[in-house]
Design a protein around this ligand. Structure first.
Ligand code: SF4
Ligand code: SF4
Length: 310
């Protein structure tokens, strides 16, 4: 029981479930993406993972101009574009009540995220067990995998009771006791490392990197598997100096099985549009293959197992 609730009935908002994934850990996996994140990274590719509750996803291209949503919005946040005859949402007025999603027949008004109980998620994972094999399993990502720590801890324990391998994909900014237990108990941790300079880290992500580094050292001290993921975003965190410092830091640890350097991509751009958010990295261009190879070498020459992507 947690706070008077059966732990298996704890609920958290999930915005995606991917079955049969070959990334986010060893083997073949099912990955769930939880909403809620303490960071606000400039290059975030899952902006629908930032808020802690289900929110409006508006796709104007799917609107047929019926105008029904305008009549149900209690905040008068929707109007019809007089020229295009399509709905327009003023996100500054919208409180994500989701009334418009219930009346829209084309799914132009739709939702990012849905609440699941631990048991519902577990049942969904258990159906996939046949393809996990000896090294696959569940990956819990987000958003931040430990944002709802009681939920995540119970899910990890249910999986372990059923011999399912669990990977935790974390930004490392974990302040709660049960969040740290998740860090301890996961079989594999995919640990994001977004910059060594604290001032720059605050600018890029909104938080200090001190707690993140402390939590990485703590997980490392347990001698359990870690894959470190380093986004390489031109103009933000991919200076030679930062990558050298990152590699020097990782060289001092003993449980790093692999370092994944993650090039910038723009798959998340459409979601910024659907959320009515500005897309800060629209003009950023990814590094060339030669530049990526140079970055790989910075880690390899320190004896680290490194790859592009992951
Ligand atoms: S209800 Fe849906 S289809 Fe109709 S105007 Fe609103 S968004 Fe467009
Ligand atoms: S979700 Fe936003 S736009 Fe839709 S009805 Fe509620 S307040 Fe209006």
């Amino acid at each position: 029981m947690v706070g008077g609730v059966d732990a298996k009935e704890l609920r958290a908002p999930v915005f995606n479930i991917v079955h049969g994934s070959f990334v986010d850990g060893w083997g073949t996996r099912t990955t769930i993406f939880l909403k809620g994140c303490p960071l606000n990274c400039v290059w975030c590719c899952n902006p629908e993972g930032q808020k802690t509750y289900p929110e409006l996803r508006f796709t104007q291209q799917d609107c047929n101009g019926c105008g029904k949503c305008v009549t149900v919005c209690p905040k008068q946040a929707i109007h019809m574009d007089p020229e295009k005859h399509l709905a327009v949402v003023d996100r500054s007025q919208c409180d994500d009540c989701l009334a418009c999603t219930k009346i829209c027949e084309t799914s132009a008004m739709d939702v990012f995220g849905k609440y699941y109980s631990v048991k519902e998620i577990f049942d969904c994972i258990a159906r996939d067990e046949r393809y996990f094999g000896s090294d696959g399993g569940l990956t819990i990502g987000g958003g931040e995998a430990t944002y709802f720590p009681d939920f995540t801890l119970e899910l990890i324990r249910m999986c372990h009771d059923n011999y399912i391998h669990v990977a935790l994909d974390t930004c490392g900014f974990i302040e709660t006791e049960n969040g740290r237990k998740c860090l301890e108990e996961a079989d594999l941790v995919l640990f994001d490392l977004k910059g060594m300079d604290d001032a720059q880290h605050r600018i890029n992500t909104g938080v200090s990197n001190q707690l993140i580094h402390k939590n990485l050292r703590y997980r490392d001290s347990l001698g359990k598997d870690i894959i470190v993921r380093v986004p390489i975003i031109p103009g933000y965190n991919a200076s030679e100096e930062n990558l050298n410092q990152t590699a020097d830091f990782l060289k001092t640890l003993r449980s790093i099985r692999r370092v994944d350097l993650l090039p910038v991509h723009k798959y998340g751009m459409i979601k910024y549009e659907q959320l009515g958010m500005d897309y800060a990295i629209a003009d950023v261009t990814a590094y060339s293959k030669e530049e990526e190879a140079h970055f790989v070498e910075l880690f390899r020459k320190r004896g680290l197992n490194v790859q592009i992507g992951g």
